[in-house]
Design a protein around this ligand. Structure first.
Ligand SMILES: O=C(O)c1ccccc1NCC(=O)[C@H](O)[C@H](O)COP(=O)(O)O
Length: 215
């Protein structure tokens, strides 16, 4: 079994990026969506990820951006992956020639399979909670029983994860990756480093248990 990958989203400060890297995160997320309390501009983003080693992926997150907005970020910040949270279609997402993740706010089971099929170019589908008018970062969980057992694409599970519930989530869904933002914050946009460590350790713990029970 592959271990569960860990993405810490909503990074705004270099010290939070380094804390996530030192804890063992696989990927970091930068929110390029101005209405978000975790939004960064190009200068903040560059500073935040400057010391991030190449083996940790940096993800740029957008909600219905223009082509120029995405391109400007790609031209100026080290970005390995793009994550789209709006109404973008597969053609839009693919044009930047970077691996991309499409976020889906889950309301019913059929949403998951349908989305995987609508985004053949996506590296993975990120499943998040549905809250009217809020494109992401809700801090709320959704009904995990809506996730099919064998989805057509790798699943990144998001929405209201915390150190205290991530083990149950992984046991139930076995996602490719877990994504957290609010659950490791001290306040909006500011990460709590001990919560990051607790979260990562909890993911490692449940993966280790799984390996022991399936060897
Ligand atoms: O974080 C935001 O404010 C945000 C705004 C608009 C679109 C996406 C946003 N965040 C995405 C994420 O941080 C995560 O991918 C995901 O939504 C999990 O967030 P959380 O429930 O806080 O763990």
């Amino acid at each position: 079994m592959l271990r569960t990958r860990i993405k810490i989203c909503g990074i705004t400060r270099p010290e939070d990026a380094l804390a996530a890297v030192e804890s063992g995160a696989d990927a970091l997320g930068l929110v390029f969506y101005p209405p978000s309390p975790r939004a960064v501009d190009v200068a903040q983003a560059k500073a935040a990820v400057e010391g991030v080693p190449a083996f940790v992926s940096v993800t740029a997150l957008f909600v219905n951006p223009t082509v120029e907005e995405v391109q400007s970020v790609l031209d100026n910040v080290r970005i390995d992956l793009i994550q789209f949270h709006g109404d973008e279609d597969d053609d839009f997402c693919r044009q930047f020639k970077r691996p991309y993740i499409k976020a889906l706010r889950v309301r019913q089971a059929s949403d998951v399979v349908a989305s995987c099929l609508r985004f053949p170019g996506a590296l993975a589908i990120l499943l998040d909670s549905y809250k009217p008018g809020v494109p992401g970062g809700t801090g709320e969980t959704f009904d995990w029983s809506l996730v099919p057992e064998t989805p057509p694409k790798p699943i990144v599970l998001a929405g209201g994860l915390e150190p205290s519930n991530v083990a149950s989530a992984i046991k139930q869904i076995r996602p490719f990756a877990v994504d957290i933002s609010g659950g490791v914050e001290a306040s909006k946009g500011i990460k709590d480093h001990s919560k990051i460590t607790d979260f990562v350790n909890e993911v490692y713990r449940v993966d280790q248990l799984y390996r022991e029970n399936h060897s």
